[in-house]
Design a protein around this ligand. Sequence first.
Ligand code: SF4
Length: 659
Amino acid sequence: MEPKSVLEKIKYCNSLTEYSRRKTIPVKVGDVVIGGDNPIVVQSMTTVDTMDTLGSVEQSIRMIESGCQLIRITAPSIKEAENLQNIKNELKKRGYNTPLVADIHFTPNAAEIAAKIVEKVRINPGNYADKKKFEVIEYTDESYQEELDRIRERFLPLVKICKEYGTAMRIGTNHGSLSDRIMSRYGDTPLGMVESALEFLRICEDENYHDIVISMKSSNTQVMVQAYRLLVQKLDEGGFKPYPLHLGVTEAGDGEDGRIKSAVGIGTLLEDGLGDTVRVSLTEDPEFEAPVAKSLVDRYVERKGHTPIEELHHFPITPFEHNKRDTIEVFNFGGSNVPRVIADISAVANITEKEMKNIGHFYLPELDKWKMNDQGADYVFSGDHPIPFMLPNGMKEIQYFNHWLHSEDQVNKFPAFTLPEFKIATNFHYGLNFLMLSDLEVYEALPFLEGRKDVVVILQSDNAHKMAALRRAFISLMENHCLAPVVVMVNYPVQDSDKTMLYAATDVGGLLVDGLGEGIMLGIGAYEGREREQILAQIKLHNSVGFGVLQAARTRMSKTEYISCPSCGRTLFDLQETTAMIRKRTDHLKGVKIGIMGCIVNGPGEMADADFGYVGSGKGKITLYKGKEVVKKSVPSERAVDELIEIIRKDGMWIEPEV
Ligand code: SF4
């Protein structure tokens, strides 16, 4: 554990160098206990209409079978809240006792009914007692207090019911649906999110009600991570009990993007021992969510007892806001450059022009030309297998020093040194050299990096607590004023693609969120005995995951971002189908953020900082947004995607897709 001075400053976790779960109070939810010494609980939410009892039951069972330990069901009004009883009875009849959670927005009367039926209610402090009007109101201290009194009056009955019935509660703040009151006073900030929960928490504590779990979700991973950290700090400082945390990234999307985005947010916090229950929200059927959550959580079952990491003496990272580590610019690494992607193809001998498509560079033989997509790797690491043709599209090759030394082209190819080679080398590239370091070699390397303006470090670690070990190495560089850009390298074997996405997003994403890392390199580990095609498929995956992690950590936008809600019983259209349709027409709009939300009740708030929004406002009707502003109401769904494109076009953000 760190010396006290560091812990006092960084109160958001037990240790930044030794894996240790934050100690929380246990909260009983039926037969499941969240927090305390209990394993992290996996949960998810149904998407069928809550009034469809059998549909809800059958979907819940599929979710339970896939590993879900808590089932959340939306209760938008009294009738759905009442129907939770039928769903519960039917589940019981079929032998399932999995606790149910009612999801409440705007409707205290539904919450009060649900709290007598199910084991837990989730309320959103942004809309429990407030209707969002996107108004900025100036509050005096008195009028603010009046508002708090109004909330208390509205919220107290629910607290009393929960206490009486032994029902647990989640105070679930969403970045996108903060009340106008909170927005007016704290803005759209992590502090606003925390305060939003604390307003409700104080009321619960005053009533001596403590069966509470708290969440701070956002679709922006940086905001989400900062808000959870700040929450822990504020709970400790404010003398509140250490309530368990429910981790989640909202509107993460689907497929690879959804998995990576969820893992960057959730994984970063799990690494520091935060989190007692996890929900991964994907725009996919909910039974796909629990296995992803479980993969994330299972990494920590045996994390304790990892190789010790040097303790911290001070902590130069700002955990509650994003600041990039200061670096010098070396070629196009560091300084104000976006982080770079290095594709590791060193496992493939004699790679062909055609095979370069796996890293986003396409050879067109009929034209004898190269084309690059948005995910064309910036550099390629060939190791001991030099590339036997001229590289396209300005892409550069990195070779092991020994190969580079004998290369005919020592200008367009760059050497990668081990530390022993670097220490005695006399031959360097004139402007860009790579030094491959393990976290344990950083101190030894420091004197050799001093004054050098031509070196980029490729940093890796074999520690099982990898993210913390790499972070510690970054801190050593910072403490010693080393400004060399650093590319984070992690190796993954040819394995199940979900694991690669989730692990890379956690191991590297956690660093990027804290402003650490000027590049990413996902290496292929343990590929012996694998077919060339399998290795190439893994290289392809690594390349897109590399770009995906940078985007999810909001450090480099290389593709369109879809902020799509996971859907629930309120959803007014088929989200998966619609997301796929919108994606098909717009996925060439690099950096544009499009919100796709199933309902008008929560959608507009929750699409956060999307540039454009597609929101269900009635059966077959869509409302289209530019930012938070409604541009077209009640557009028939058959025309809505065309109209959306028209709005993007008028805003000047449309480009024609390449044929
Ligand atoms: S935005 Fe989506 S997930 Fe959220 S309440 Fe509406 S339909 Fe449900």
